[in-house]
Design a protein around this ligand. Structure first.
Ligand SMILES: O=C(O)CCC(=O)C(=O)O
Length: 294
């Protein structure tokens, strides 16, 4: 492991997050952003009965080849491998978009609270900036070391302005300890599934666009089964190392943009994962609420 990678790993283990790592070139960012904005301009109605927002909000890698391709990017995978080991799966790919002047925020939360993965250490998010994600633009904030405890209680707010599915929020956060993770276009941050994180409004002049890729190891389901939280079925796309032998329904990747067979698979996954996400909620949990706002 080279020096930089060693520092990344030790910072991540200590704090539960790292920001400012290189992920995509300027050209890759431009191609991806242009592609996303072209979809928004020409395919907002989506496909298979879902609006485009839905695919941006969760599991975009199932039906949009360009999103699956980013999840397989070797530079990103090298860093994830140094944290999670050689066998890696992409569990979800999502876009978090805040328009300039939008009132959308993300409340303090721990990602894996409702994902049926127990309290695992084997889930890490790579969050890649496709615009200048400055403090002004509403970058993420993290509480260093918060991943070292277990999962804490979250209250569902179902707030309209919250990009999270249940508007879930942790009541007791020591905000004064929060650290901003601003990112230049093409940089990424990594955060642990139990790290407390949140983000504010986009007060910049540009859109704030981020792509979150949720990586797990094949063993995530086994740990969760031990805690009684693993759902009956779960789906993921193997991206490096050995294909898992049991417990997972493996996704090969999209056959083309909005291919009918992939749209049918998308619906099966949505139905299965919605049950896990909604467990214990008092309101309906849309899988998921829309993630864009003007
Ligand atoms: O984009 C944001 O501000 C929040 C993203 C987030 O909560 C996540 O990727 O887990």
């Amino acid at each position: 492991m080279d020096h930089d990678m060693t520092t990344t790993v030790s910072d991540f283990r200590k704090n539960g997050f790292v920001a400012g790592l290189p992920a995509l070139s300027a050209e890759q960012v431009k191609t991806l952003r242009d592609f996303i904005e072209d979809l928004e301009a020409n395919h907002a109605e989506g496909a298979g009965g879902h609006r485009l927002d839905q695919f941006f909000r969760v599991n975009g890698h199932v039906v949009i080849p360009q999103l699956a391709e980013v999840a397989r990017n070797p530079q990103i995978l090298d860093v994830i491998e140094s944290l999670l080991g050689p066998d890696l799966l992409a569990w979800s790919v999502e876009l978090f978009i805040k328009e300039p002047g939008s009132t959308k925020t993300v409340s303090w939360h721990q990602d894996i609270t409702y994902w049926g993965m127990g309290e695992t250490d084997d889930e890490v998010t790579a969050w890649i900036a496709l615009s200048d994600v400055s403090v002004e633009a509403g970058c993420m904030r993290f509480i260093p070391g918060s991943h070292k405890g277990g999962l804490v209680e979250h209250n569902d707010t179902f707030s309209e302005d919250n990009l999270l599915s249940r508007g879930q929020e942790i009541a007791d956060v020591r905000e004064a300890e929060a650290v901003h993770g601003p990112l230049k276009p093409g940089e990424m941050s990594l955060h642990h599934g139990r790290c407390f994180h949140a983000s504010g409004q986009n007060k910049s002049a540009d859109r704030r666009i981020g792509m979150a890729i949720r990586y797990v190891t094949p063993g995530v389901r086994d740990h969760a089964a031990g805690h009684g939280t693993a759902p009956e079925h779960d789906w993921a796309m193997p991206v490096r190392g050995e294909t898992p032998r049991g417990g997972w329904d493996c996704i090969a990747g999209p056959r083309g943009l909005f291919h009918p067979a992939d749209l049918a698979l998308y619906d099966r996954i949505l139905e299965g994962q919605s049950k896990t996400l909604a467990a214990g909620a008092e309101n309906d949990v849309g899988m998921y609420a829309t993630n864009t706002a003007s």
